[in-house]
Design a protein around this ligand. Structure first.
Ligand SMILES: Cc1ncc(COP(=O)(O)O)c(C=O)c1O
Length: 425
């Protein structure tokens, strides 16, 4: 048992074997021992209400008894096969029934991979190379996705800025960057490069920023007009904004979407889903060697992940789940607005009740540059105080969840009040 090893000791050990002391995700000064329901405990035994929920997947909380049951059943029957399996096929059926764009899907293990393959598939389908991406849009860690993800230095559009070392210069030449929510700019850019653009990839709700009325519709219209593949990155919005994702909520159907997080029920599973003529490029028999997009992965369609995802989706389909999900989030949004306004702090709560955060700025936020105008020092101090008060929340966003009880919400409200008073000092 590790019970006698303190969190501080774990942090010290991690620094010896892990670059930057961590796995590259959350603040490495926290080492999580356990999650049960909507709580997590760190290695010092401190209990938190979990507003990170594994960066999104655990909308039903940790160790949901029905999910655990199917997972244990599957684990006993085999953990991975590198072959078709019934749970994976059933999950694919459910996703294709639900997501408006999905005739077919292909599994991968992470959302970032799904985005990388969606881009490649669009290039295979169109025979074009350029990709239009929105500044600040997050699509995982491929070379294309790391262009103008979080630039400090703002360039003139449509010039791409790499956010990582190690990306060949040539990648930049094939990227076009546009501001989110600016339909006029997008239209002009597409008109200029139409016959060279393979795909437009977009988070329909970009990070936290909702689409302006008509923006996604304009994107659909322009891409359709020019034979450009429209990719909705629904890794975070899928089965969260609504059961049918952002495409259901906003009523705009892309050509391809990428999914992850919720569909794996807490296990590594993601997918590229979309229209059959495009998905056909994963099938050499249909498209021949020239159009074939090579795709294979050891854990793709993993049966444990598929079983967990299938049960998670079944539970999400039950009456009242999304109402609870949204009202829990709305409670927190209202609490944030009340306490921050009460403390006289300039702020915007940006997002949807199922994922949101505060940007400490007096101005409305409609794109990445608007987010950048937020005061990050205040945000850091506010978020640290929330964690000290027992809310496990990142500096990125609030992820509410379904199992939050009235008592959890009241504790959250009290923590927000304390954190607002802390930054008002
Ligand atoms: C919109 C979006 N796309 C892609 C990804 C990458 O997914 P993964 O971390 O599974 O690679 C994420 C992860 O947060 C995401 O939010």
């Amino acid at each position: 048992m590790d019970a006698h090893i303190s969190q501080e000791d774990w942090v010290g050990r991690a620094h010896k074997v892990l670059p930057a002391g961590g796995f590259g995700n959350f603040d490495p000064n926290y080492v999580i021992r356990e999650g049960q329901g909507i709580y997590v405990w760190d290695e010092n035994g401190k209990k938190y209400i979990d507003f990170l929920i594994g960066s999104g997947p655990m909308v039903l909380g940790h160790g949901h008894p029905e999910v655990l049951e199917v997972v244990q059943e599957q684990v006993a029957k085999g953990m991975t096969f590198f072959a078709n399996n019934a749970r994976g096929i059933e999950l694919a059926e459910e996703i294709c029934d639900t997501m408006a764009c999905a005739d077919q899907l292909r599994y991968v293990s992470t959302g970032g991979e799904a985005d990388m393959y969606a881009i490649r598939l669009a290039r295979a389908y169109t025979g074009r190379d350029k990709i239009l991406k929105f500044e600040g849009g997050y699509h995982g860690m491929s070379a294309e996705s790391l262009m103008s993800l979080a630039p400090d230095i703002l360039q003139n559009f449509p010039l791409a800025v790499p956010d990582s070392a190690g990306i060949p210069e040539a990648v930049r030449d094939n990227m076009l960057i546009a501001p989110f929510n600016d339909a006029d700019f997008m239209r002009q850019l597409i008109a200029e490069y139409a016959d060279q653009i393979a795909a437009v990839i977009v988070e329909p709700l970009q990070r936290l920023i909702p689409p302006a009325p008509g923006f996604l519709e304009a994107l659909r219209e322009e891409t359709e007009k020019h034979g450009i593949v429209l990719i909705f990155d629904e890794v975070v919005t899928g089965f969260r904004l609504a059961y049918g994702g952002a495409q259901e909520k906003y009523g705009v159907t892309p050509d391809l979407c990428t999914l992850g997080k919720v569909i794996g029920g807490g296990f590594p599973l993601a997918a590229i889903a979309g229209k059959e003529p495009i998905m056909a490029h994963f099938d050499k028999v249909k498209v021949g060697k020239e159009g074939f997009t090579f795709q294979v992965g050891t854990l793709s369609g993993n049966p444990v992940a598929a079983a967990a995802g299938l049960k998670t989706l079944e539970i999400l389909r039950r009456p009242g789940q999304y109402e609870t999900f949204r009202s829990n989030g709305q409670f927190i949004i209202d609490s944030l607005k009340r306490h921050l306004s009460g403390a006289g702090i300039d702020h915007q709560v940006v997002g949807d009740p199922t994922l949101f955060d505060v940007v400490f700025s007096p101005q409305a936020v409609t794109d990445y540059r608007g987010t950048m105008r937020g005061n990050t020092d205040i945000a850091k101090s506010f978020n640290q105080k929330l964690r000290d008060e027992g809310l496990f929340k990142s500096d990125g966003k609030w992820y509410p969840s379904i199992p939050l009880s009235e008592e959890d919400l009241q504790m959250t409200d009290a923590a927000i009040a304390t954190a607002a008073a802390h930054i008002a000092r």
